[in-house]
Design a protein around this ligand. Structure first.
Ligand SMILES: C[S@@+](CC[C@H](N)C(=O)[O-])C[C@H]1O[C@@H](n2cnc3c(N)ncnc32)[C@H](O)[C@@H]1O
Length: 316
């Protein structure tokens, strides 16, 4: 039995042999459990310097955005094992970073790697999640890792809480910046989750959203080298069709993916009072291109999209 089947056994449709399971509608809640099973795969392949796109592109790009706003209080949504929480903690001006993720097997590693104690299991009801620094905004009763769960990275305090993007356990206007990296393309309920971002950001606060490029990486997209016609091109899959599925990203590793057009993100951000101030579509970095000739041939097609937005003051 594969890891994916085990975690998703309540699903009615079987996984497909071609490594893609189309949920035929919104993913069932159990899909989130796939992260619990596969956190180790993610940690090994994409963290602690293992992945060139993080090392050469994502980390510098995020750090640059945060440096320009010097957020005192920052929120990392879907923090995984905390690599970007620690990056944010290293940005000058940051006093407290809170990482949230629903996956216990990510949070336990986040605590370890941030140098925090692990004597309190995430989600078992330690100190109630508070706003950063206990600065007034009290949380709404989420499962927090404050105090004993806190770690230090480059001077700023880092704490973790077990929570989903759909329901952030923090009071309104608790943060100066929030970011989510490679999270929204794995979850349902974009509009609700972005409304939560708008709610917990203080007016003038910054949101940084990093995604697999929704247009150029839509399902079915990819480099085509047609030897018969002698053509090479990037094929785009059915971009306008929302797609909810589970993909075999490595042998026996099944991960939920939701494709939605870019306008869905931008319009949900606008509805949440998050107005776009910058967009980046960087070319894949050298460390990625060096892995295969085919990657280099497709170097003009970005894999990553960054949207940066500002939370408007009410009534503006
Ligand atoms: C691809 S990993 C990215 C982790 C981290 N942002 C990074 O860049 O290293 C996606 C993360 O999203 C988390 N996740 C899954 N469902 C979520 C949800 N509903 N709310 C927030 N995070 C979620 C997973 O547990 C996983 O840690």
């Amino acid at each position: 039995m594969t890891a994916g089947k085990e975690a998703g056994q309540a699903w009615s449709a079987p996984y497909q042999a071609d490594g893609y399971h189309d949920a035929g509608g919104p993913l069932p809640a159990e899909a989130e459990q796939l992260w619990e099973v596969n956190a180790g795969w993610w940690q090994e392949a994409f963290t602690a310097g293992a992945d060139a796109e993080y090392v050469e592109q994502i980390i510098p790009l995020l750090a640059e955005q945060l440096r320009s706003v010097r957020p005192g209080r920052a929120l990392d949504i879907g923090c995984g094992e905390g690599q970007l929480s620690r990056v944010a903690a290293g940005v000058e001006g940051t006093r407290h970073v809170v990482g949230v993720d629903p996956t216990r097997s990510q949070l336990s590693v986040a605590l370890e790697r941030t140098g925090a104690g692990t004597d309190e299991e995430p989600g078992t009801g330690g100190a109630a999640a508070r706003g950063p620094e206990g600065s007034g905004p009290e949380g709404s009763g989420g499962h927090g890792m404050s105090g004993r769960g806190a770690g230090e990275a480059a001077g700023a305090r880092v704490t973790y809480a077990r929570a989903s993007a759909a329901s952030l356990p923090f009071a309104d206007a608790s943060f100066d910046a929030a970011f989510a990296c490679l999270v929204f393309e794995h979850i349902e309920g974009t509009a609700g989750a972005l409304a939560e971002v708008g709610r917990v950001l203080a007016p003038g606060g910054t949101f940084v959203l990093l995604l697999n490029h929704p247009l150029l990486q839509a399902p079915g997209s990819g480099w085509v080298d047609d030897q018969i016609l002698g053509e090479q091109y990037w094929r785009i899959g059915p971009y306008l069709v929302e797609h909810h599925g589970v993909e075999e990203v490595d042998k026996d590793v099944w991960i939920p993916f939701v494709h939605r057009p870019l306008s869905v993100y931008v319009n949900a951000m606008a509805a949440a009072g998050l107005y776009l101030t910058r967009m980046e579509e960087p070319a894949p970095p050298e460390g990625f291109l060096a892995r295969a000739d085919e990657y280099r041939e497709a170097a003009a097609f970005p894999r990553l999209l960054m949207l940066r937005a500002e939370k408007l003051a009410r009534g503006r």
